[in-house]
Design a protein around this ligand. Structure first.
Ligand code: UDP
Length: 379
């Protein structure tokens, strides 16, 4: 019998990484896939990106609205757990695949662990700032199988007491798409989104949930003001819906009716990548500046604490929210180009994922054991 695999997606951020993996099982004779679509994908304010999933040609999708605007993250978590639990009673599966560090992944892993369904976590073992850090490690502890993006991540999972034989380094699956020959051309993308700039940069700022509200609004204002003063053209992408995003929306009112700013809720992943590849630099605190921009040698100006302790590379300038420093870094760092970086893989993740699913995972026990790294004097 074919093994049934459920992928849980809550945002564009995880879908870009899950997409190559879903495609790999879609074309395999050994597996059946289903997709539980929820979170930001369902919200019109954030571009209702569930249409991207439909356009990708996937079937077997189930759409679950886990929130309305301004629901707290814990309410979204609770709603997702309830929705997914009910879904699984009607549609049993053999494996749940979640990605990263959002509440939807935490819900997927919790329901899987509690229902004795194997859970695979994509890109665990990374470090960062904000609540993402805590969610990511919690998801790893609830998961039975780990598909990490690099050896450092694997070592961190070993520190968490995870079993070496259940950790597979497949690289970051978005690199598969980044390095594919099928990305749209720049002219196609500019036409599609009506972007007229020849020379532009990308701005993508998210809230930091662990920061106090006053600092958050102040940082958002400093960010918007500095972009304005830099006199450059920007493709600005909305923040995610984490607590505090309202401050960023308020700060962006500064860009209204300014032809140097073209603002979008969200762009289709492949189209976004082409824009990134041809941009001057990316600024803000998106994981894209750490994960993806270095793959194209594009400079990143990374602000504040959201990506704290993530991978460092010469293309990434880490700076605080200070007007003068932002302007100086834009002028100096923003004009450079860097050697291509393969820290997160070489674009073969989907192939490794499928090989692992075909050969290695089905005898992994749902009874996890904590693996001691040190001799424990009490046992
Ligand atoms: N992304 C996208 N379209 C956009 C902006 C971003 O597909 O308009 C992708 C981006 O390439 C990255 C992912 O979304 O892979 C995550 O970026 P985001 O800044 O939304 O979230 P983060 O990972 O920082 O939480």
């Amino acid at each position: 019998m074919k093994k049934r695999i459920l992928f849980v997606t809550g945002t564009r951020a995880d879908f870009g990484k899950l997409k190559p993996l879903i495609n790999s099982v879609k074309y395999s004779n050994d597996f059946e896939y289903q997709i539980f679509v929820t979170g930001m994908h369902t919200l019109s304010k954030y571009g209702r990106t569930l249409t991207e999933i439909e356009k990708s040609g996937f079937e077997n999708t189930f759409i679950f609205l886990n929130q309305i605007e301004n629901d707290n993250m814990e309410i979204v978590l609770a709603n997702t757990i309830i929705g997914l639990s009910r879904y699984l009673h009607e549609n049993p599966v053999d494996l749940i695949v979640v990605h990263g560090d959002r509440v939807e992944a935490l819900a997927g892993a919790s329901v899987g662990a509690l229902q004795n369904i194997l859970v695979a976590h994509i890109e665990g073992g990374e470090v960062s700032g904000t609540i993402d850090e805590i969610i990511r490690h919690s998801v790893s502890k609830l998961s039975h199988i780990h598909f990490v993006a690099n050896e450092n991540a694997k070592k961190r999972l070993l520190q968490l007491g995870e079993d070496k034989s259940a950790i597979f380094n497949i690289g970051s699956p978005d690199i598969d798409i980044m390095l594919s020959d099928d990305l749209p051309s720049l002219s196609q993308v500019k036409r599609h989104y009506d972007i007229k700039f020849d020379d532009y940069s990308i701005a993508l700022l998210h809230p930091v949930t662990t920061e106090n509200q006053e600092i958050a609004f102040n940082n958002a204002k400093i960010f918007a003001q500095a972009l304005l003063e830099s006199g450059r053209n920007y493709v600005v992408i909305y923040p995610n819906n984490d607590s505090g995003s309202n401050h960023i929306f308020r700060a962006y009112e500064l860009f209204q009716k300014n032809s140097k700013f073209k603002i979008f809720p969200s762009l289709r992943f492949e189209y976004f990548l082409t824009l990134l590849k041809n941009s001057r630099f990316i600024i803000g605190n998106s994981s894209c500046g750490i994960h993806e921009a270095p793959v194209y040698g594009i400079p990143t100006i990374n602000l504040g604490t959201r990506q704290n302790r993530r991978f460092k590379h010469t293309s990434i300038a880490d700076i605080p929210f200070e007007n003068n420093l932002i302007l100086k870094t834009i002028a100096e760092h923003g004009n450079k180009r860097f050697p291509i970086c393969h820290h997160y893989g070489y674009g073969k993740s989907a192939e490794h994922f499928l090989n692992t699913l075909s050969n290695n995972v089905w005898n992994i026990s749902n009874q996890k054991q904590f693996i001691e790294l040190y001799q424990n004097p009490y046992v």
